[in-house]
Design a protein around this ligand. Structure first.
Ligand code: FE2
Ligand code: FE2
Length: 185
């Protein structure tokens, strides 16, 4: 077990640690097949949920301090674990790679013009082998035909889910999808 893995194993519940290992592995495979840095993808996958188990009050307080909150994320505070996690892996783990930081930031909401590593982590988070929900298998199949179809399918799935659950939809997730739909890479 390398030190980053053991650190995450101590920080997260066993269930979420296993999820993180799954995301790291899936992200590394997606990186390999899309010509992206495999090691960066593995690290980003391993730490993407760094702030996921912080108590809500602490998450909100940190988000406010950093100025990364908005109406929708305050209404659904778990969305804040992306940007807050990116801040913490930089300040506490010394991870400074801008692509890794962006990938951790964007894994909850996406954003317009996501880079490849951001797409990989967003998608890997939804299709790692431990994920079992209706539609997960279909997303895995889509991901096999390429990162572009995988990420579009993942964003579609999220938007459909939110709509059906009657939950607010963040503009960033819509912008992520629109950009890709209209030919952006
Ligand atoms: Fe997450
Ligand atoms: Fe996750």
């Amino acid at each position: 077990m390398d030190s980053l893995e053991s650190l995450m194993a101590r920080r997260l519940s066993p269930k979420r640690y296993n999820h993180s290992l799954g995301v790291a592995q899936t992200a590394a495979e997606l990186a390999e097949s899309s010509g992206t840095d495999r090691q960066k993808a593995r690290i980003a996958g391993l730490v993407h949920d760094y702030a996921r188990e912080l108590p809500t009050e602490q998450l909100v307080a940190l988000a406010r301090k950093l100025g990364v909150e908005d109406d929708i994320s305050l209404a659904c505070p778990e969305l804040l674990h992306g940007p807050v996690g990116a801040h913490l892996i930089e300040s506490e783990l010394g991870i400074e790679d801008p692509e890794i930081l962006l990938a951790v930031t964007s894994h909850t909401l996406g954003r317009r013009k996501m880079g490849k590593l951001e797409q990989i982590i967003y998608l890997a988070d939804m299709i790692e082998p431990g994920r079992r929900y209706p539609g997960a298998e279909r997303l895995r199949e889509l991901a096999q035909s390429g990162l572009q179809s995988g990420i579009l399918g993942a964003l579609d799935h999220t938007l459909r889910f939110l709509l059906e659950a009657g939950k607010p939809i963040h503009i960033r997730t819509i912008e992520a999808r629109n950009y890709l739909l209209m030919g952006g890479e």
